[in-house]
Ligand binder design. Structure first.
Ligand SMILES: CC(C)(COP(=O)(O)OP(=O)(O)OC[C@H]1O[C@@H](n2cnc3c(N)ncnc32)[C@H](O)[C@@H]1OP(=O)(O)O)[C@@H](O)C(=O)NCCC(=O)NCCS
Length: 147
């Protein structure tokens, strides 16, 4: 039987387990959305988010990350989702997003939101819907791509 990702990998919200240097290195050097983000900014964002780390139980190494920016009551914004490039394409992204979407604390939230350039069909598999012209709401933003 093929190995399921959850046989080898585990997701944790323990802040002490996060490898901030690793997360910063990925975000600042490899992501398309957080290039050059300073270490202190990454650290501060982690301190003030509900973070999900994905770990390889055979090595103990962190191999994925995502954080929910949330008021812990009504709203969450999913950000900085990534899987280690060496581990991509093996179902870990789906494991991580599914875990977050089903995280008990978020079940009563009115809205979960995210922005993505090209991973929309990943999130669509777990209930995220496109905002369409038929939506009764305008979603508006101020965006500063260099920050
Ligand atoms: C996007 C990412 C988190 C997906 O994780 P992964 O472990 O590589 O992907 P998985 O093996 O779990 O499969 C993802 C599924 O979503 C689909 N998908 C949609 N957009 C995708 C994208 N941009 N990259 C990877 N997969 C994508 C895949 O085709 C796959 O579909 P399937 O169910 O038919 O197999 C990961 O590739 C990554 O970190 N990419 C770089 C950073 C990034 O783009 N993060 C998302 C920012 S919004």
């Amino acid at each position: 039987m093929p190995e399921h990702p959850s046989d080898r990998y585990v997701i944790s919200t323990d802040p002490d387990r996060l490898d901030i240097a690793y997360i910063h290195a990925y975000l600042s050097q490899q992501s398309y959305w957080a290039a050059n983000r300073p270490y202190e900014v990454v650290e501060h964002s982690i301190q003030n988010s509900l973070c999900f780390g994905l770990y390889d139980t055979t090595t103990g190494q962190q191999v994925g990350f995502a954080r929910m920016v949330t008021d812990h009551a009504t709203f969450g914004y999913l950000a900085d989702v990534f899987i280690d490039p060496a581990q991509q394409g093996n179902g870990l992204g789906k494991m991580l997003v599914e875990h977050i979407v089903n995280y008990p604390e978020f079940a009563s939230f009115r809205r979960l939101l995210l922005a993505t350039r090209d991973a929309d069909t990943l999130y669509a598999q777990f209930g995220f819907e496109y905002i369409t012209d038929n939506s009764p709401y305008y979603l508006m933003e101020i965006v500063r791509p260099q920050q």
